[in-house]
Design a binder for this molecule. Structure first.
Ligand code: PXP
Length: 239
């Protein structure tokens, strides 16, 4: 099981004072040294946390390890192509949302832009992931779009209000993983995963990587980033 650590919240803390600390690149170095498989950063249209300079600085030391989250706009795709990062995850983005609010809506209105983004990124040698809700139709569309990876959105799972709802959503993610693997897609998941709910997702057969941010950074405030990272790695390791 691979772990991608999302460091947007380190940049959020820095932006609160508009200075240079804490540095997301320094955090990335710590995470990679301690066994994170790659670093996730979301470059948002409003630049509320990660900035282009963070990504350019990280690219100088670990270009291939950058998993960049962006919307499928031309501006963002052109930046990713110039960065030549290892992989990109296309996500929906809305103004004023607290965080990504769910998977991509792969409908007629959005498909041309997403299709163009996938093609242009892959032409530049960048692997492309699509962040989708765990629905069979999304996986078939992702395959048709020639995506390399699907990231299954675990928002509904993470926010389930009772055990019955959590189990039902876990099953939906398990079924989606089976179908995605049958279609030849690499399967990731993420959103709202934490130290209490991650194990069932980590142990789904076929699940290959988890992208986790808020829980790790929140724990690092009290326990330090190295310990928070190691605690998470221990939970997601195969049993
Ligand atoms: N995956 C995607 C596509 C996301 O947008 C986010 C949030 O930025 C995450 C994973 C990480 O979510 P969290 O911070 O809740 O762990």
């Amino acid at each position: 099981m691979k772990l991608g650590v999302n460091l947007d919240h380190i940049a959020t803390l820095r932006q609160a004072r508009g200075g240079i600390e804490p540095s997301p690149v320094k955090a990335a170095e710590i995470c990679l040294a301690l066994g994170a498989d790659y670093i996730v950063m979301h470059l948002r249209k409003d630049r509320r946390h990660i900035q282009e300079t963070d990504l350019k600085n990280l690219a100088k030391i670990a270009r291939e390890k950058i998993h960049l989250e962006i919307s499928a706009t031309k501006e963002m795709v052109d930046f990713a192509v110039s960065l030549k990062c290892g992989s990109v995850c296309l996500v929906p983005e809305f103004p004023n949302e607290l965080t990504t609010s769910g998977g991509l809506k792969l409908n007629k209105r959005n498909l041309p832009e997403i299709m163009r983004a996938v093609k242009n990124l892959q032409k530049a040698g960048i692997k492309v992931s699509l962040f989708v809700d765990p629905e069979p139709s999304n996986l078939r569309t992702a395959k048709r779009l020639n995506a390399d990876i699907v990231e299954l959105c675990t928002k509904t799972y993470s926010e389930a209000r009772n055990e019955k709802a959590r189990r039902a959503e876990l099953e939906r993610i398990e079924m989606a993983t089976i179908l995605a693997k049958e279609l030849g897609l690499e399967v990731h998941s993420g959103h709202g995963l934490n130290y209490n709910n991650v194990e069932d997702i980590a142990h789904i057969t076929g699940m290959e990587a988890l992208n986790i941010g808020h829980a790790i950074i929140a724990r690092s405030v009290f326990r330090g980033l190295p310990q928070a990272l190691l605690d998470m790695k221990l939970l997601i390791e195969a049993k």
